[in-house]
Design a protein around this ligand. Sequence first.
Ligand code: PMP
Length: 333
Amino acid sequence: MPIKESSVIWKNGEFLPWHQATTHVLSHGLHYGTGIFEGIRVYDTPGGPRGFRLTDHMERMQDSARIYQMPMPYSAEEMVRASHELIRLNGLTSAYIRPIAYFGYGSIGVVPEEETPLDVVIAAFEWGAYLGDDGQQEGVDVCVSSWNRVAPNTIPAGAKATGNYLSGYLISREAKSRGFREGIALGVDGRLSEGAGENVFLVHRGKILTPPASSSVLLGITRDSVVTLASDLGYEVVEQPIPREMLYVADEMFLTGTAAEITAVRSVDGVALRAGAPGPVTRRLSEAFFGLFDGRTEDRRGWLEPIEPAESKIAPTGATGTMEIRNGAAVTV
Ligand code: PMP
């Protein structure tokens, strides 16, 4: 999917014109996969632009940094504030926010030396449905990948790190080459894990099932939102290890993620889901989820975070300069 460019990118405390937000070819993260990132959607709601669980995403990024012992120079709150400013400066009302922190230029070798900076960047741009508009309407055809998800105690699946996506790349690439929209992976124990970039849910005999943290999954924020909304609607949600065969006897199946939102699965390995796509439970959950963004669902937990127009100046800790907004444009002073 081509990137829809916006005008400025935040890097290490400064707003830079889109094409000047570059990095050195010898940056550590490029060679060794030492980066952590997030993906957040901003929805254009009747009350104005709202970041969906923006703070939770920035907190998960801090967790990813802790797992890898990366010295994050900005707090979650500072990252949230910079994101607000970025959305505003780019004049966006709905967007995908992509923060990333990676070891930059300064040393060669697997463990970066002390002086190697952890560069922190936030970009924001417009983005549509990840698994396609038709996928959102009619459901997608998926397959079980021949690639397993990362094994426990190898590369942590629970951290959202750039290097993890070599696994997602292989899973998704294989699925696409075989004519499927997305690939679903099993863990090394042969049990259901997750999609290349989505968590997986099954509906079986009225219960909603999803694999637990110990099944090599990223604990998705959409996953958590869906579990909460499903409980609000009175469904029983069970987190349990799921054997592969459950995929073929489930009534419904759907994928969740910031990019995929809630996407129904129509078939898995060529076997159509019993209750069609979207099935009745998936439809109810989708209505509750998308209803948050058009006002049909009450935001009972403050998940919709208003994009505050910042005061004229913000200076995150560790920033080399400060940013000022003059006549609607960002300048560094
Ligand atoms: N699993 C993987 C591997 C992912 O990349 C994502 C997307 N971040 C998810 C699950 C879903 O997480 P979230 O709902 O927080 O976007």
